[in-house]
Design a protein around this ligand. Structure first.
Ligand code: HEM
Length: 233
């Protein structure tokens, strides 16, 4: 083998197809819905408790009426997407990659599988069921409130599940950032993953975390810009 061929083998990443189109669409639809649900949920909470009781960055910046409409819109898409993803994961046997304590393809480590299963079968359904119980119209059709122990208990569980999701997101993003941020992100966007990590060694470790910092700053700058457009001085 000549030098050029050897160099190519050692510097070109070995691409693996890691995420199917269905998983990628479901993942990003879910991510948008969860962020939308959290921001619109805090918007409702902030307005019910008295305007401005939460900082602007934690909410959508508009009225409680819009906050409610957005919350319900994101909630329905979140539920439909969750059911669709679960059916797909069962029928394609992708679920077996996600469940802990099974012989799997080895795509995810035990910690990831525990987190993914916990969010898909634990926090996700809990936030959806307690949310549905808090909707008088849905509760009139299926009386869930009584089973949960009343409105106050349902609200507490709903908020606890919400904070559970926020905790999950922080852990999830930290793991994505510290195990090769761009490689992970690219695989969830295009499906393709560089299996040997080349030439993406720089993604590893603290550099990934620094890049998360850049994304956070972009998010805050975006919010400041939107806030300026909606509230011209
Ligand atoms: C902007 C926010 C997010 C980013 C950048 C992100 C990024 C990623 C990436 C890169 C992966 C692939 C990891 C790998 O291949 O090892 C992944 C997988 C996953 N993420 Fe996220 N994620 C985000 C938000 C969320 C949220 C909000 C949830 C759920 C509440 C979530 C649930 C999952 C699950 C369940 C998987 C495994 C998917 C599968 O293979 O079926 N993610 N995420």
């Amino acid at each position: 083998m000549d030098d050029r061929a050897t160099e190519l083998i050692h510097t070109r990443p070995c691409w693996k197809y890691r995420h199917s189109l269905a998983v990628r669409i479901a993942h990003w639809t879910n991510a948008v819905c969860v962020f939308g649900l959290i921001l619109s949920g805090f918007q409702i909470f902030s307005d019910v408790r008295g305007e401005g009781s939460l900082p602007g960055w934690a909410t959508f910046i508009h009225t409680i009426g819009m906050g409610r409409s957005e919350h319900f819109l994101f909630a329905w898409v979140f539920v439909a997407n969750g059911i669709g993803f679960t059916l797909y994961a069962i029928s394609s046997r992708h679920l077996w990659d996600l469940l802990p304590f099974l012989k799997t393809s080895g795509r995810y480590n035990l910690l990831q599988r525990l987190a993914y299963t916990g969010v898909i079968f634990g926090l996700g359904p809990l936030v959806a069921i307690t949310g549905a119980a808090l909707s008088p119209r849905i509760d009139a059709l299926i009386p869930i409130l009584n089973l949960l122990g009343g409105r106050q208990a349902a609200k507490t569980l709903h908020l606890a599940a919400c904070f559970g999701l926020i905790g999950y997101i922080m852990a999830h993003l930290t793991m994505v950032a510290t195990t090769g941020f761009w490689n992970n992100l690219r695989s969830m966007l295009t499906g393709w993953y560089s299996a040997d990590g080349l030439p993406h060694q720089l993604d590893k470790g603290h550099k990934g975390v620094l890049r998360m910092g850049v994304l956070l700053r972009a998010w805050r700058a975006g919010r400041r810009w939107i806030y300026g457009v909606h509230n011209p001085q």
